[in-house]
Design a binder for this molecule. Structure first.
Ligand code: PLP
Length: 391
């Protein structure tokens, strides 16, 4: 078996050793239920509340505004459905505006709401999708045209998971405040959290989703920041944990892991962003030089430092992934579903990339663990694999 050359950090990241170390005591000794009344419970509660304070500091909010969830998908669902359900309680027309490139964790609940997810009693939800420009950034003018006073939710991701495009979020927030003053503004910052300081980049948003496993933390834990008393109808009902916004005994170890991963990401964010961005640029330039016709989908300056999404004409992404995997090189097509099957990408379609070109779509995503040697390995393997497929 060849050594792993892991270039799929947008899918998930290895757990950082410091994170594993911080979590370890909660798997054994400090196992209490944070809601209990005795000393074992108090020890767990203390750790949970310290984790909440640390997450709040990383995200630029108050500790009471942090809702721990079971990951990014749950944070997004709570943001979208919780906001729309709260707005629909008034019984008036409710509209939602999302960008056309949102992750399915936002897109699917928004679509479900528009198809009557709240049942016959709830008011209908109108869903509008804001188009994007060819580089994946939201068309701000078109967005303005979709915003009006009936809009209860605006959801635009801070950075895209497939192509890495970073959105002009401050402008989105400003447009929403101007034209849809009742709207709650949500951003899915799951991909961005490893690279951008959310305390400034997502400062104007009412709701912000993050997920630990995209930045060196464990899977199955995330958070939704709900600023300033944003109204949310909970999706999980039960014991009333998380101030009634998310029932269920909290994952204390996971919360500690998320807090540690977010804090560590902030320690060397600039230096790592620059290092990884330079490796990404080396990969992109090398691929363009070595593979005839290969196109970089989004210029590096518009994308997160770890993302390098390319289109390879005359090669099928599924076959390319298999050939690269045989060499130990883990990359992705960027749009697979739970079964691993490749799906047509709504992101590439929204960017105006036709189905033929999208067949050769490959996403390389670099992370803190990525080395120069891995980039050189990819630069040797990809042209050879493409050559094999073309001939
Ligand atoms: N949002 C974005 C942009 C993502 O990339 C992902 C994961 O791929 C999610 C949401 C879902 O997060 P999780 O895997 O923690 O449920």
């Amino acid at each position: 078996m060849p050594d792993l050359c892991y270039l799929d950090h947008a899918a998930t990241t290895p757990v950082r050793p410091e994170v594993a170390e911080a979590m370890a005591p909660f798997a054994a000794g400090r196992f209490g239920n944070p809601s209990g009344g005795h000393r074992a419970a108090a020890a767990a509660r203390l750790a949970l509340e310290e984790a909440r304070e640390s997450v709040a500091e990383s995200m630029g909010c108050d500790p009471g505004e942090v809702v721990f969830t079971g990951g990014g998908t749950e944070a997004d669902n709570l943001a979208v459905l919780g906001t729309l359900a709260a707005a629909a309680e008034a019984g008036v027309q409710v509209d939602a505006v999302c960008s056309a490139v949102e992750h399915p964790a936002v897109r699917e609940p928004a679509r479900a709401a528009a198809k009557g997810w709240f049942g016959a009693g709830g008011a209908p939800v109108g869903l509008r999708e804001a188009p994007v420009l060819p580089d994946g950034t939201i068309d701000l003018q078109a967005l303005e045209g979709l915003l009006e006073p009936t809009v209860a939710l605006v959801s635009v991701m801070l950075a895209n998971n497939e192509v890495g495009t970073v959105q002009p979020l401050a402008e989105v927030v400003a447009a929403a405040r101007r034209r849809a003053p009742r709207a709650v503004v949500h951003t899915d910052a799951v991909q961005a959290a490893a690279w951008l300081d959310l305390s400034t980049a997502a400062a104007g948003c009412d709701l912000v989703s993050v997920s630990a496993h995209k930045l060196g933390g464990p899977k199955g834990v995330g958070a939704l920041v709900a600023r300033g008393g944003t109204r949310l109808r909970p999706l999980l009902l039960g014991g009333g944990q998380e101030r009634d916004r998310r029932s269920g005994t909290q994952n204390v170890a996971g919360a500690v892991g998320l807090a540690t991963a977010l804090r560590l990401a902030g320690v060397d964010r600039e230096a790592e962003g620059a290092r990884v961005g330079a490796l990404r640029d080396r990969l992109a330039t090398g691929l363009v030089a070595a593979v005839d016709g290969l196109v970089v989908t989004v210029p590096g300056v518009r994308a997160l430092p770890g993302h390098c999404h390319v289109l390879v004409p005359g090669a099928d992404r599924e076959e390319l992934l298999v050939l690269l995997d045989a060499e130990g090189i883990c990359v992705s097509a960027g749009s697979s579903c739970a079964s691993g099957a490749l799906e047509p990408s709504h992101v590439l379609a929204a960017m105006g990339i036709d189905g033929g070109a999208a067949r050769g779509a490959l996403r390389f995503s670099l992370g803190r663990a990525t080395t120069e040697a891995e980039i050189e390995r990819a630069l040797a393997a990809v042209p050879a694999a493409v050559d094999r497929l073309r001939h």
